[in-house]
Design a binder for this molecule. Structure first.
Ligand SMILES: Cc1ncc(C[n+]2csc(CCOP(=O)(O)OP(=O)(O)O)c2C)c(N)n1
Length: 695
């Protein structure tokens, strides 16, 4: 065992730490874990009742010792597909643990995800945050939970969080992922109460750990990382791992900063059941089995703490518990296929964890009618005022991102908010979009309402893994967890274009299940949609069009502090009889201009998920013609969806083909002349309208 960073090297392990454990319970849990693994490998996988199986043999002892240390009701841990032993120590129901692997009804996901990635809401006790199939995806949400512990303690002054910790489990392969580094930067720069628990079995499937970090030892390589306490040792040795885990947990609990604990563990089976381990030499396999923690635990406990008879009795008891779990899991049906479309969004039944609603948050009564006051504001000022008001009335709201603090954001939307609400509520982040969104996920899971800003649309790309996993969370946990948040993303053309700052590509978010998508075209709608999102119970992408932020056409008086606009309700911008033009964002202004002198009905969708197909179909059934105008690229743009629905539902009403006017399939060009050539212009729109009306 080593404590790196000038910590004294320890060569013996005080039995006092070990004595703090209930070793009989440790033995019982590891026996159950082994029993579950064996049952799956010998029976349920061959019977094809379990389709994905990841043995935890070798990782199990240390994980159980870790799980038993998570005793604070506000602790949370997030692991990966090999983390079942830790979950057993947290007290998950065994029939859930097994039934989930069998994809049966109930359990972690109602048969929706791969079963081996767990979640455990455990309201009032330590939670296991929803795990993901993507390696490394667990890190930044766990850092977000640590961030929320800090927020709850410092900002909300809730002393019950003062000793809570956030723990992430990852393999040696996972230390090469973006998520690991994003979370490490977050935890160390912010000195968060976070434990990185690295289970180093020497392989990522077949790839040796020397490919993941030079020399294969992440603990050694991080020796000079500031603000990080590092411990390393043998996770198969009962006394050593118990001591190290206690030290690591104590360090984080006592608010000395984040800690990384690397434990060497043997992976006694293949990566998954299908993996035959041909890449390992016989000698390696033999050496690994010599490190099996189960016989080592027996040696450690028998006869000093348990008699051989008691050990055997525990084994007998564990076998019986596993058998009972098998019977209960097998008795579970497969869930009703008709329900598989449920819980993509909030449907009225509250999730157990995540977001402000399950914690009793009551949104103030909403005004559905605007009460315009004062002069017209541009969109920047309107969004700022809405954020300002919601920050004032809801202490759970936290606004963060790159440059949003003292600078007030590169688009000036958050100007003055940090000054007013302090750096606990409005703050800068490291330059890591995965870090920003992942952190928001963890904060949302801990009951806050995060409002992360992504500086420009294209820069959401590095966060797409977190965006996807956030969107699917409610569905894949069968409504056990959700992470409502509002992600503000400026994008689209401005005075010029370019491939990075100017794309819209809203359709990508529409195609990510679980996200609502707002694309306001004016200040009043921006206020209503943003407020609805901030008081809501689903994750929302709030797209701020750069060309509209200060556009004269987008200015409106502030509609009031409680004005809320529902999602999925389009606005008829101008009424007309000859053709329906469907649009949103910056194209609304252009369509309105093109409609002048013509009898055109212009519909601003306002939100793309959900979108108001009723309004469109109703209008088309009157005008018998439909043109869709959008800035995003034509191929597979959102216009394709609208065209398909109109063709499907209003075919017999149509007097002309459903047409689209969009950017060509190219990145946004930089020179204004080139850019304007690519964008649908007022003239292009007017010409297309005339063509369709004359068809
Ligand atoms: C982002 C991502 N890339 C690739 C995979 C496929 N994959 C699953 S597990 C794994 C190896 C992970 O190894 P490690 O983190 O060391 O954990 P271990 O399985 O050894 O416990 C890989 C490459 C994945 N799930 N996610």
């Amino acid at each position: 065992m080593t404590a790196i960073q000038k910590k004294p090297r320890q060569t013996s392990f005080a039995n006092s730490t070990a004595a703090a454990y209930d070793w009989r319970e440790v033995a019982r849990l590891i026996m159950i874990s082994r029993g579950l693994d064996e049952l799956e490998e010998k029976t349920l996988v061959p019977q094809k009742k379990v389709l994905y199986q990841f043995s935890a043999r070798g990782h199990d002892l240390a994980q159980i010792l870790l799980g038993l240390q998570l005793t604070n009701p506000h602790d949370a841990a997030c692991g990966y597909y090999r983390s079942r032993p830790m979950l057993l120590a947290l007290g998950v129901d065994l029939a859930d643990a097994l039934g989930s692997s069998m994809a049966r009804a109930g359990g972690y996901s109602d048969g929706r995800d791969i079963g081996v990635v767990f979640n455990y809401p455990n309201p009032g006790g330590p939670a296991a945050l929803p795990m993901c199939g993507g390696v490394g995806a667990q890190y930044t949400p766990t850092a977000g939970w640590a961030s929320a512990i800090d927020y709850r303690t410092r900002v909300l002054k809730d002393a019950s969080y003062s000793q809570a910790i956030s723990v992430v489990l990852g393999g040696d392969g996972s230390v090469a992922t973006n998520g690991f580094w994003a979370a490490l930067t977050l935890a160390t720069t912010q000195k968060l109460p976070m434990l990185f628990y690295i289970e180093d079995n020497g392989f990522g499937i077949s790839v040796p750990s020397t490919f993941q970090t030079p020399g294969g030892d992440i603990a050694a390589n991080l020796a000079s990382f500031q603000n990080l306490h590092i411990l390393t040792g043998d996770g198969y040795n009962p006394n050593e791992s118990a001591t190290l885990i206690s030290q690591a947990v104590d360090h984080v609990r006592s608010r000395k900063g984040p800690c990384l604990l690397r434990l060497k563990v043997p992976r006694l089976q293949g990566h998954s059941f299908q993996d035959t381990q041909t890449y390992k030499s016989e000698a390696t396999v033999k050496r690994e089995w010599s490190l099996d923690p189960l016989p080592k635990l027996r040696e450690f406990l028998v006869p000093s703490q348990l008699s051989a008879g008691e050990w055997d009795q525990l084994e007998e008891q564990a076998r019986a518990e596993v058998e009972q779990a098998r019977a209960a899991a097998e008795a579970r049906p497969v869930s009703d296929p008709a329900r598989v479309t449920h819980h993509v969004f909030f449907e009225g039944e509250l999730q157990q964890r995540g977001g402000q609603w399950p914690e009793g948050y009551q949104a103030p009564a909403a005004d559905s009618v605007p009460k315009p006051e004062g002069q017209r504001l541009n969109m920047v000022a309107a969004i700022r005022r809405t954020l300002d008001h919601e920050l004032a009335v809801n202490p759970r709201v936290a606004v963060f991102g790159e440059d949003v603090g003292p600078k007030g954001g590169v688009h000036a939307v958050t100007l003055g908010l940090q000054e007013k609400y302090g750096d606990g509520r409005v703050f800068d982040t490291s330059l890591s979009e995965e870090g920003i969104i992942g952190r928001a996920v963890g904060m949302a899971l801990a009951g806050l309402m995060p409002v992360p800003e992504i500086q420009f649309r294209k820069y959401a790309d590095p966060a797409m893994e977190q965006i996807n996993d956030c969107g699917t969370m409610r569905w894949r946990t069968n409504n056990r967890f959700a992470a409502p948040m509002v992600v503000r993303i400026p994008g689209g053309f401005f005075k010029c274009g370019d491939p990075w700052h100017s794309q819209t590509n809203e359709v990508q978010f529409v195609h990510s299940p679980g996200w609502k998508v707002a694309v306001p075209s004016n200040a009043e709608d921006a206020v209503g949609l943003l407020r609805g999102a901030l008081r809501g119970n689903d994750p929302v992408i709030f797209f701020e069009h750069r060309a509209m932020l200060d556009a004269t056409s987008a200015r409106r008086p502030y509609p009031g502090d409680d004005y809320v606009l529902p999602f999925g309700k389009a606005r008829t911008v101008v009424q007309g009889n000859d053709i329906t033009v469907v649009t949103w964002g910056a194209m609304v202004e252009r369509c309105e201009q093109a409609a002048q002198g013509r009898s055109v009905e212009v519909i601003d969708l306002r939100t793309l998920m959900p979108w108001d197909s009723d309004a469109v179909l109703k209008s088309v059934s009157r005008t018998h013609r439909c043109l869709i105008v959008h800035e995003d690229l034509g191929t597979a743009g959102f216009g394709a969806e609208i065209a398909a629905v109109v063709a499907d539902k209003a075919f017999i009403e149509l007097d002309a083909p459903v047409a689209r006017l969009t950017m060509p399939d190219i990145p946004s060009p930089h020179h204004p002349l080139l850019m304007e050539h690519a964008l649908p212009s007022v003239e292009d729109i007017a010409a297309k309208i005339d063509e369709l009306v004359g068809f």
